[in-house]
Design a protein around this ligand. Sequence first.
Ligand SMILES: C[S@@+](CC[C@H](N)C(=O)[O-])C[C@H]1O[C@@H](n2cnc3c(N)ncnc32)[C@H](O)[C@@H]1O
Length: 282
Amino acid sequence: MIWSLQATPDLSDQQFAQWSKLLEERAGICLGGQQRIFLQTQVSMRMRELGQSDYSEYYECVVDGVAGMMEWSVLIDRLVVKETSFFRHQPSIDLVRNYLQNKINNNTLDGSFDIWSVGCSSGEEPYSLGMVVSDIFDLARIDAYYGITATDISRAALAIARIGIYPKRKVEMINDPMRRRYFSQLEDGRYQIDGELTDRICFNQANVLNISEMPDNKLDVIFCQNVLIYFRRLLRHQIMDAFIDRLKPGGILVCGLGEVVDWVNPNASRIVADEAQAYVRS
Ligand SMILES: C[S@@+](CC[C@H](N)C(=O)[O-])C[C@H]1O[C@@H](n2cnc3c(N)ncnc32)[C@H](O)[C@@H]1O
């Protein structure tokens, strides 16, 4: 029987352990036993595309040299959860809005205002931040420089982000004034992000595990939501520590509510907010 018509072979315990270990070592993502079917489905679908039928042989291809790295960059896109939306967690976005507004009110805006959206997926998160920041500067009639660096491990997600065209259902939940100001509707009903915003955002492929290798310009805001939840506790803490080192004094780190627990850092204090989890660097 040809491979494409065969049932998906089951991952053995040993193969599941081998693939999970690779995913955790390379991306930090820690799979539980309940995600075994997910892993099996994604890996076997990719193997099907390549005409391969043996998990162990495919594993050897993925870990072998430069060709292996290229194959890994395709496979990792299938193994990450990329779910996202515009203004996904409003209280966290409001926190950034208030933070910038206070800086303007207190005249403490110093040079450029720099944001890093970590694990930005297909771009909805950095574009939401861009809309808010741009709105505040417009209202304050300040022609300030701001920039957003948006990174993700998935090249496919970043390709969508860079194009900046989104389906109607995703954009129509944005309030009317924002939608009219920052999007134009295409003939097919989809929406295109305004060039004014895309010019402000620099999308880069980057693995948050390699944070020490990333350019270390200091940031006003680091926004990292729904990324660390897939990592082990100790790794989350190490990455949070590294984020704090990347902030300007007084800069803020906004993570997902409950995403990191039991974490303390001598240079960070928790911002009092009921519905958001954020820290300010001393
Ligand atoms: C669930 S999405 C969250 C998107 C967005 N932050 C939000 O909250 O809507 C998680 C994103 O984290 C990315 N990701 C997972 N592991 C990563 C890693 N080690 N380095 C960088 N990005 C990673 C995934 O590719 C995915 O796009």
